[in-house]
Design a protein. Structure first.
Lengths: 431, 339
């Protein structure tokens, strides 16, 4: 009997303890549950607003829930009922005169089994449901609420500014052709790489764009100058070799001087000519070109032509800024090339994917779906037609007081052009 | 743990206490609670201050108790002209074989049970003479200390009316009393019993149900009652809560209960547990005994008195305010009536 009493009460204490401690934990959990939900809502809002996706919503919610459970257990641990505290609580509720507590310590016997007619405690649903439901509602509302996602310029920046790309292409081209000194080419490439290696969101900063444009224009000018110098050198050699007997002494001297100047220019500057080629050109004595064999001369001219070709390939005869019109809609969110002070610049325009043949007379629209970055001031095309102007309507400037139309005789032009009073005066005068 | 009471010991003690209680209640009608308190005080060697109107059976109760216990009983009627020597005893000059010498003549204090009737009518000097006897169970006369017989109890009475020419007991002396009990008038049914069973001028006949040695044994058993930790903590919290501004209910208190009060309450709680045949004291005992133990140890201020508060109401509020449990239920759980 005593043993069964003990078993009964030990079980009763254990069950009661679980309920009491659950209520203590729940109280602690609910006290900050609403604030956790509010913080979670703010977090969800910002992730939706800025499009941050760390982990999935379900995982994040589970983690938050687990975290808040752990925090609440940590906070509530001091309020948890121990076994003896629970037995004391039961003693008082069941009017057992502390017999449970004493029996648990080995003093006296376990009291007879006693079951309460109604539960000793009941859950306070108002206290439980109010904060939990309101917290969950806030989270669900935030999760459900459509939030406009903020787009960053970095999202659109996929390509470096066009000038940089162009400069890079030039440097690659020049390296492939091997007409420029390696070290100076690397130096320019290093400068360009410094710009390219900056974070993409800084590519279109004023400083970087200006630096890139400067490098681009320096390279462009240098290549143009090189092209001119090579052209001069080529002309000098050609003239000196084609008909030297027709040239006067002065002309010979001027051509030799022109050749020397060209060589000088080719050997200095930002991109000096390849040492090997430069040395070959330097070895040529304009006065003694006859000493060169036709093969040697042909080789030299070929080298010059190749170098000129490379320069022309890069900068041509002065490339102008042109509006990029693509065929079909571009992929991604790429914006157009921008000026220094205008951010990413105008968005690209494109033609219909099924473009009409160029020979047709069909007029085709140029499209651009990013109206925020559309360019209205670009010259898309040029018509070669003439305006239909009535040239006969204007002869020369008219002075005040002069007649607009002299008439062809017999025309009573004046009758239409004078006031009645003026007509009378004129009639009087001509009589 | 080795000093733990056995179940037999407890049951025997309970039986003896019940016998004593029954004997008292057979003669004194409608005073069951008072009798229980008195027996509790006896088991923890406590002195009792009885307060009540004349004719309610205070003296009869004490006399009956002495008869039932078979212990010596003396009654002292306190008056303003009573001197300390009148209660402790005086040395008298006696001639014996032609020689004169002082022989100590024991006073009425030399008894197991002393009834100090209307104690507040005696002068403070005489009252303080009683103090040593109550606290130390001894008296000192002309430098000689003489022990009082064991067990020694003082049952003092005082009349709450006719306060003119009285000397209210000082707090120090009040603190020596374990209980202050109010003797109340019984209802009509009690009076009916009294009328039908009692004659004017007739002395009640109490049967002796216990020997003095048995009482001593019960006193020893009472000390061995187990006091659970929660009961100790509850007593401590309760007594601390009587200190001024220590609890919401103690706002009107000028002086709170002393540590002696806590010791007295613990002893009383043990005694009650033994009377009820339990091996351990319980928080229910504390709640039951807190009022008689604390009511004369708490002094309330003038403001509280003008607001209609009494020490009793203040202590009742403190008992209601202070929880016996170390931990409270959280707000998500509601306690039901249970049972």
């Amino acid at each position: 009997m005593g043993h069964s009493n003990k078993t009964f009460w030990l079980k009763e204490i254990k069950v009661t303890r679980m309920k009491l401690n659950a209520s203590v934990w729940l109280s602690s959990f609910l006290s900050h549950f609403f604030f956790i939900c509010a913080a979670l809502s703010v977090f969800i809002f910002f992730t939706k607003r800025f499009g941050i996706e760390i982990i999935s919503d379900v995982e994040f919610l589970s983690l938050c829930f687990l975290f808040s459970i752990l925090i609440s257990i940590f906070r509530a641990r001091k309020g948890f009922f121990s076994f003896s505290e629970t037995s004391d609580w039961l003693d008082e509720k069941l009017c057992l005169y502390n017999q449970l507590g004493c029996a648990n310590k080995g003093i006296g016997e376990w009291p007879a089994q006693k079951v309460s007619k109604q539960p000793l405690t009941r859950w306070n649903w108002q206290k439980i449901l109010l904060p939990s439901l309101s917290g969950l509602m806030v989270v669900m509302l935030t999760a459900w609420m459509p939030v406009h996602k903020i787009s960053h310029a970095e999202d659109f920046i996929k390509e470096a500014p066009l000038n940089w790309q162009e400069a890079k292409e030039w440097l690659d081209e020049l390296k492939e052709e091997e007409i420029i000194a390696e070290e100076s080419l690397e130096e320019s490439r290093e400068q360009l790489n410094q710009l390219i290696n900056t974070p993409p969101e800084e590519w279109f900063n004023h400083d970087n764009l200006e630096a890139g444009d400067t490098l681009h224009s320096q390279l462009e000018n240098t290549l143009k100058e090189m092209f001119n110098s090579l052209e001069n050198a080529k002309e000098s050699i050609e003239q000196l070799t084609s008909n030297p007997q027709n040239l006067s002494k002065m002309e010979n001297k001027a051509l030799a001087q022109q050749f020397k100047e060209a060589l000088k220019n080719l050997g200095q500057g930002m991109l000096p000519l390849n040492n090997e080629l430069l040395q070959k050109l330097k070895n040529i004595d304009p006065k003694n070109l006859k000493e060169l064999t036709p093969e040697q001369l042909k080789k030299i001219m070929k080298k010059i032509k190749e170098a000129k070709g490379a320069c022309k390939k890069c900068v041509g005869e002065g490339k102008k800024e042109t509006l990029v019109i693509m065929e079909g809609r571009p992929k991604g969110n790429r914006l157009g090339k921008g000026a220094i002070t205008r951010g990413p610049g105008a968005a690209p325009m494109w033609l219909n994917e099924n473009a009409s043949p160029s020979s047709s007379r069909h007029r085709e629209d140029v499209k651009n779906d990013n109206l925020d970055h559309i360019s209205f001031d670009k010259n898309v095309g040029q018509s070669m037609g003439e305006h239909q102007i009535d040239k006969s309507s204007y002869n020369k400037n008219l002075n005040s007081g002069s007649t607009k139309n002299k008439g062809k005789g017999g025309e009573a032009v004046w009758r239409d052009n004078f006031l009645p009073a003026e007509k009378k005066i004129l009639e009087k005068y001509f009589k | 743990m080795n000093d733990q009471l056995s179940n037999d010991e407890v049951l025997k003690a309970k039986e003896k206490c019940q016998k004593l209680s029954s004997q008292m209640n057979e003669v004194l009608f409608g005073q069951e609670e008072l009798v229980e308190y008195i027996i509790t005080a006896l088991l923890c060697k406590g002195n009792v201050l009885l307060e009540g109107l004349p004719g309610l059976g205070k003296t009869e109760l004490v006399k009956g108790l002495s008869c039932a216990l078979g212990i010596s009983f003396k009654r002292i009627q306190f008056t303003p002209d009573l001197l300390p020597g009148d209660i402790t005893g005086n040395p008298l000059l006696q001639e014996e074989n032609g020689e004169r010498k002082f022989v100590f003549q024991e006073g009425p204090l030399f008894a197991n049970l002393v009834l100090a009737d209307e104690i507040n009518r005696a002068s403070p000097k005489t009252q303080s003479a009683l103090l040593e006897a109550m606290q130390e169970s001894q008296v000192t006369v002309m430098g000689d200390t003489r022990p009082l017989p064991k067990p020694f109890f003082v049952m003092a009475t005082q009349n709450p009316i006719e306060l003119e020419g009285t000397y209210p007991l000082p707090e120090a002396q009040l603190d020596r009393f374990l209980f202050k009990l109010e003797v109340k008038v019984g209802g009509p049914s009690v009076l009916e019993k009294i009328i039908s069973n009692r004659e004017l001028g007739e002395q009640n006949q109490f049967k002796q149900v216990m020997e003095a040695e048995e009482l001593q044994e019960l006193i020893h058993l009472s000390k061995r009652i187990y006091l659970p930790e929660i009961v100790i903590q509850y007593i401590a919290r309760l007594v601390s809560a009587t200190q001024p501004n220590e609890s919401n209910a103690s706002k009107g208190i000028k002086f709170g209960a002393s540590p002696r009060a806590a010791i007295a309450l613990a002893a009383a709680v043990r005694a009650r547990a033994l009377i009820n045949g339990r091996m351990n004291a319980a928080v229910e005992d504390v709640r039951h005994l807190a009022l008689p133990v604390l009511r004369h140890r708490v002094i309330i201020d003038y403001m509280a008195r003008t607001e209609g508060n009494t020490p009793e109401t203040v202590i009742e509020n403190i008992i209601a305010e202070v929880s016996s449990q170390n931990k409270q239920l959280s707000s998500t759980l509601i306690e039901t009536a249970g049972n």
